[in-house]
Design a protein around this ligand. Structure first.
Ligand code: NIG
Ligand code: FE
Length: 389
């Protein structure tokens, strides 16, 4: 077993309040860390670093935890750029385009879907993401939902069954029949391939009763709940997420005061997806209001072909800082420790001793540059499980 000393770190973001300057990011200047067995074995001042078998000098650059992207729709086929162009010309997003992606995804072979997912994962990794979630939801048949999850599992353990993403065309006149399929044969096939159950609970998507039915069935099958909610309107999503003890409710663009109060008193994370609001040309969520109320907040890409064909967490951070009222420190924390919390994970999202050695060396002296220099390639090196990729 070899140990590696990563040293001459100008600014180290640990996300551990007991370390560093007492700020939320647990910042250490002139720092070092030791990696052993894929984990962080020691963190502290470079001057007092212990000896290690190997030594890597990062020349005064900043080091941050790898990004935890807790919301992606990784596996899909087809192109919806024309829908995006129409929206930028004034058309409204309704979710109706999901059917276009469903048709293209059903028509694609496993190898095609795998290659498309792999290319997205390569993009995500090269922009600093080291842990990510992946949902089904573009198959909407037993066979297609389960193969999407099977392919997703080739890339991540954090898989989510989202059969309740849309009612497919063949069930257009029979919503109840589709909910029965999702909670019956589809759940039987997909449950063993997923950790999480998700529902698109929103205006024009699944209503409160349908959402309850799907969440109950998913939980009974051993899955943990998370929700899409409050993206298109003041839906029941946030309220139901709290009621069901969901790890996260995602989007949170339209929240009533009662939703904010409920989230603040709960263990449910509000995951903001500002690149989806960007892609829908809709108002941005108010992160300031949530953080000031004491709600735990995460940031994620929502990588999908309809609203947010985005793989870059640095872009999400820049947008969140500019448009949702977050400070650069809050946004970075939401994109790392926040994402980890939204996935119920304590092993990633921080760089305290014992955490997984998933980290990013920035081509910048401080984390602030992520929001300050949007569009620049600031990810110099990505380490996963203690190994540079
Ligand atoms: O998270 N809100 C639902 N699902 C996706 C978009 C789906 C699509 O348009 O393809 C989202 O924004
Ligand atoms: Fe989504």
């Amino acid at each position: 077993m070899t140990s590696t000393l990563l040293t001459n770190i100008g600014e180290l973001v640990t996300n551990d309040l007991s370390l560093g300057d007492g700020s939320r990011l647990g910042l250490l200047c002139d720092a070092a860390l030791v990696v052993e067995n894929g984990c962080v074995a020691w963190v502290g001042s470079a001057k007092s670093a212990p000896a290690a078998d190997e030594r890597v000098d990062v020349s005064g650059q900043a080091v941050i935890p790898g990004f935890v992207d807790s919301h992606t729709h990784l596996v899909f086929a087809g192109d919806r750029s024309a829908e995006f162009a129409a929206r930028m010309a004034g058309e409204r997003y309704t979710g109706g385009g999901i059917a276009t992606t469903v048709a293209a995804t059903r028509a694609a072979s496993d190898d095609e879907l795998r290659a498309l997912a792999r290319a997205r994962v390569t993009d995500m990794t090269s922009s600093g993401t080291t842990t990510f979630e992946a949902k089904s939801g573009y198959g909407l048949t037993v066979a297609d939902e389960s193969r999407i999850l099977r392919i997703s599992r080739e890339f991540t353990d954090e898989t989510t069954f989202l059969g309740a993403h849309a009612v497919p065309p063949e069930f257009a006149g029979d919503r109840a029949g589709y909910v029965r399929l999702v909670t019956g044969a589809m759940l039987d096939a997909c449950g063993p391939l997923a950790r999480w159950i998700d529902v698109f609970c929103d205006d024009g998507a699944f209503d409160e009763d349908e959402t309850r039915t799907v969440l109950r069935a998913g939980i009974a099958a051993g899955l943990m709940p998370r929700l899409h909610g409050n993206q298109l309107g003041f839906s029941a999503g946030a309220r139901l997420a709290v009621e069901f003890g969901a790890a996260s409710v995602d989007h949170c663009t339209h929240l009533a005061d009662a939703d904010v109060a409920a989230l603040a008193g709960s263990g449910t994370v509000a995951t903001l997806l500002p690149t989806a609001d960007f892609g829908m040309r809709s108002p941005y969520p108010d992160a300031r209001r949530l953080i000031d109320a004491g709600v735990a907040v995460a940031l994620a890409t929502d990588c999908n072909p309809g609203t947010s064909y985005v793989t870059s967490m640095p872009f999400v951070i820049a947008l969140a800082v500019r448009e949702t009222g977050m400070t650069p420190a809050e946004a970075l924390q939401a994109a790392t420790a926040g994402g980890a919390r939204a996935l119920g994970r304590s092993d990633v999202g921080s760089l305290a001793a014992g955490a997984r050695a998933d980290l990013v060396v920035l081509d910048a002296p401080s984390h602030v540059h992520l929001a300050y220099r949007p569009g620049s390639a600031l990810v110099l090196q990505v380490w996963k499980d203690g190994v540079p990729l």
